[in-house]
Design a binder for this molecule. Structure first.
Ligand SMILES: NC(=O)c1ccc[n+]([C@@H]2O[C@H](COP(=O)([O-])OP(=O)(O)OC[C@H]3O[C@@H](n4cnc5c(N)ncnc54)[C@H](O)[C@@H]3O)[C@@H](O)[C@H]2O)c1
Length: 328
């Protein structure tokens, strides 16, 4: 089956690098272009594909729309992954999620309006729901009241996409991911714990009280969810929650990190920063209903614990490469 020509905006990052691997291995994919400014993406994520005639990397910023349009021209499907990955950063830089979030989505849509690309697959996040406690949010839950500028930027991206779909004949699938984990992660709680325990094995500083409880989904499950929806959905605009359906606390993740790094738990002191969340804007408890994506035949292969375990093992395997390229 013909799958066409893909442009991965923000494709040099963690999730994008897995899309690149999967798409280049699929029959029917004619080309994969990564467009990325390498702000949090890494060139070693895609280096192995550089000789492949179906693959191209363009080093560019989304805000440079002329370069973006040139890179996009000829593509049919845009997977939009570019954004500021550091949710806590807005506390000191309040406009970051607008400049490196909402505005990027507007630029991507505008480039699509002016080129051949008419289908967008967008990486949104559970942050659009805001603080719902134990309420399991389905995609039609409302009102949506984000509590971080990151969540606001994801929601703004969604509504911009919806409006472009209706005004300029684009089609879209929007994905509200839970926490995504796996090899080549560039950030996240497991990533931080493994890094910290490698450099200081006798203590682990934990943000909040450790009771934060969320779903962690393995990156391969995420890629399959996105491509399943892309292949099976004909609607102009549709949203999908993508999560495992089970949950794990930050304290349990800390225990798991100690085990993965191979330390004796009785010798590692856990130091809790206190409070019920990691940082201002963090949603401490996240529950997502995933019936819609499951209705298309998708299932996650790993639960939260398995996903975290595999990702931390991969972080340890890639540690030299990873932590050398990411500032502490
Ligand atoms: N990782 C998760 O847990 C998670 C959860 C929900 C949603 N998401 C969303 O999925 C997307 C991908 O996440 P990720 O974990 O792979 O993050 P990432 O930081 O590894 O990837 C983002 C990529 O975008 C690029 N980028 C950022 N700003 C850019 C700009 N102005 N111009 C060009 N490129 C730019 C970065 O260099 C990076 O390669 C993000 O939009 C993120 O918000 C991620």
């Amino acid at each position: 089956m013909r799958m066409g020509r893909f442009l991965l905006v923000g494709g040099a990052g963690f999730i994008g690098s897995h899309f690149t691997d999967v798409l280049l291995g699929k029959d029917g994919v004619e080309s994969v272009t990564i467009y990325d400014n390498l702000s949090s993406g890494r060139d070693w994520h895609f280096r192995k594909h550089l000789g492949n005639p179906k693959f191209k990397f363009v080093n560019g910023d989304v805000k440079d729309i002329e370069t973006l349009k040139r890179a996009m021209d000829g593509s049919e499907v845009v997977i939009h992954l570019a954004s500021n990955p550091d949710i806590a950063r807005a506390a000191t830089e309040p406009d970051i999620d607008f400049r490196e979030g909402t505005y990027l989505t507007e630029r991507v849509l505008e480039a699509m309006r002016l080129t051949s690309a008419k289908r967008i697959l967008y990486a949104s996040g559970s942050g659009v729901y805001g603080e719902l406690g134990m309420v399991e949010a389905g995609e039609d839950y409302g009102p949506l009241v984000p509590i971080s500028t990151y969540g606001a930027s994801k929601l703004a991206g969604e509504v911009l996409i919806s409006s472009y779909c209706h005004m300029f004949d684009l089609t879209a699938c929007v994905f509200r991911f839970g926490n995504v984990v796996g090899p080549r992660q560039t950030h996240g709680v497991g990533f931080d714990f493994v890094r910290s325990l490698r450099s200081e094995p006798e203590r682990l500083r934990i943000l909040g009280d450790g009771g934060q409880s969320k779903s962690y989904i393995y990156v391969e499950d995420v890629i399959r969810a996105v491509l399943t929806a892309h292949e099976k959905t004909a609607q102009k605009f549709q949203t999908y929650n993508v999560a495992t359906g089970d949950y794990i606390t930050v304290r349990e993740i800390a225990e798991l990190a100690v085990e993965c790094v191979g330390l004796d738990r009785s010798k590692v002191k856990f130091e809790f920063a206190g409070g019920d969340r990691g940082w201002k804007g963090d949603v401490a408890v996240v529950r997502l209903n995933t019936d819609r994506i499951r209705g298309l035949g998708w299932k996650n292969k790993r639960n939260s614990r398995e996903a975290l375990q595999e990702s931390m093992n991969a972080l340890l395997r890639d540690a030299e490469l990873l932590y050398a390229s990411v500032k502490a």
